[in-house]
Design a protein around this ligand. Structure first.
Ligand code: EPZ
Length: 423
């Protein structure tokens, strides 16, 4: 098992370029199944989750070409299997997007209950209810969800929570359904908008993505297209936090500033300088931290609130905050505080009570052997190790490989002392 050895205490300095968005890339790859022609997808991040979802559609019969780094061409016309087996689904949660994509395209889908990061219960009842509302017969037996329909038809759907996965899955199926489907209380995350833009480039008619009401006019056919994925909001946020944690000064290129507003606001509240600029070719953000952060409170919320996916790295940063205690409330997932035990082993003083972590800032963390328990807990471990005094060994980095492209090289280029060891 590979691990990182990080010698902490060095400020990050220099510039870094953000890769394509993981949580947009995964549904977009699945959405290509809906086309009647090949789709060329650009700015794909080179991460394990993208490799796994690509393997899944390849095993189903799609032809994949990789003309150059960060680009794949998917030809779905040769797909002949409509089932995602247990073995495939266990590899990543986003395999559930095949439910909407296959049902929309072929009228039949069989998808095993998905795996993914263990951060709570993570049911898929909204997805299933959405497919039923569109007229599909859905059964959920022995961990396998089977959906079938001769003809999907329009529906007016209300989501109890603004679920990213359910919003996208329903969009996928509805863009091949007859009539106009409305999703109320839809998720508004940047990756939801990116998937809608991709589908529209394929000839779908989706309006309102990015607001809480999405309207989808079903189409009989969707065509091939070329599409470039947006930059990864969470990767950008992770580098913002890492710069703040090490009292660094970095420039982050290839970002969309509006996607980062909640994170920028919280960093500024904690005394970190955040400057947004436009180089002409691109937006960038500069993070300047001259001191430890001041204590702030965070509540995770659906977009445009503070993203749950940055709660864990932010908790690591706030463990060295000055000026009292910080309170971090996790509203999305009920079990997303597994990183706290590791932070405390490094000298942090964090106590968790239900969904809230109370963080009493300490002067510094100390290097330790620490374990990532999921992807973003892994990012939190890296942030903690970068700011700690002494050497840390970060284990379970296969979680980090799922969602961060070349994080070790990117951090080293910023001056971090980080080494990957393959055992
Ligand atoms: C997506 O997960 C992301 N995953 C997660 O990214 C992210 O943390 C999450 O959205 C929130 O932004 C992918 O995009 C692949 P949800 P998803 O449905 O779609 C409840 C990362 O680190 N819910 O928006 O699974 C659910 O339990 C990850 O990159 C139901 O009750 O999240 C949660 O409390 C991990 N029933 C809330 O809604 C359902 O059918 C929001 O979950 C669906 C969701």
């Amino acid at each position: 098992m590979a691990y990182y050895v990080i010698n902490g205490g060095r400020p990050l300095n220099g510039s870094v370029t953000i890769s394509g968005s993981k949580n947009a890339a995964l549904p977009i790859i699945c959405a290509s199944v809906l086309a009647g022609e090949p789709c060329r997808i650009e700015n794909l991040p080179d991460i394990d989750d993208v490799r796994r979802i690509t393997e899944i559609i390849e095993m189903m019969g799609a032809k994949i070409e990789r003309p150059c780094d960060g680009v794949i061409v998917i030809d779905p016309r040769t797909i002949e299997k409509y089932a995602v087996t247990n073995e495939m689904a266990a590899k990543l949660r986003a395999s559930y997007y095949m439910l909407g994509a296959l049902l929309g395209r072929y009228g039949y889908a069989e998808v095993a209950q998905p795996g993914g990061c263990a951060i709570g219960q993570r049911p898929i009842d909204y997805h299933i209810n959405g497919m039923r509302a569109l007229g599909a017969t859905v059964q959920n037996r022995g961990g396998i969800v089977t959906a079938s329909s001769d003809k999907l038809t329009e529906a007016d759907i209300y989501l109890d929570m603004a679920s990213v996965g359910a919003t996208i899955n329903i969009m996928l199926a509805a863009c091949r359904a007859e009539g106009r489907t409305v999703i109320n209380n839809a998720a508004q995350e940047p990756h939801v908008v990116d998937v809608a833009n991709f589908l529209n480039t394929m000839g779908a008619s989706i309006r309102g993505a990015g607001t809480n009401v999405i309207r989808i006019e079903g189409r009989k056919n969707l065509h091939g297209c070329t599409y470039a994925i947006i930059p990864d909001q969470i990767e950008a946020g992770t580098f913002m936090i890492a710069a703040a944690a090490t009292q660094g000064n970095i420039i982050i290129n290839n970002i969309i500033p509006t996607h980062l507003e909640a994170i920028s606001a919280k960093l500024m509240e904690s005394g970190i300088e955040v400057i947004t600029g436009d180089s002409g070719a691109d937006f960038y953000m500069q993070i300047i931290a001259n001191d430890r952060p001041r204590a702030v409170n965070i509540k995770t919320l659906p977009y445009p609130g503070f993203p749950t996916d940055l709660q864990q790295p932010m908790t690591a940063l706030l463990s060295i905050a000055t000026g009292g205690s910080s309170f971090v409330t996790e509203n999305l997932f009920e079990d997303r505080f597994n990183h706290v035990r590791e932070l405390n082993r490094m000298g942090a003083k964090v106590t968790v009570n239900g969904r809230t972590a109370a963080i009493q800032g300490v002067d510094r963390l100390y290097g330790a052997e620490i374990y990532a328990s999921d992807l973003r807990a892994g990012a939190a471990m890296i942030v903690a190790a970068l700011m700690a005094e002494g050497v840390s060994v970060v284990r379970n980095i296969h979680y980090i490989d799922r969602g961060y492209e070349n994080i070790e090289q990117k951090l080293r280029a910023l001056g971090a002392d980080i080494k990957r060891v393959e055992e």
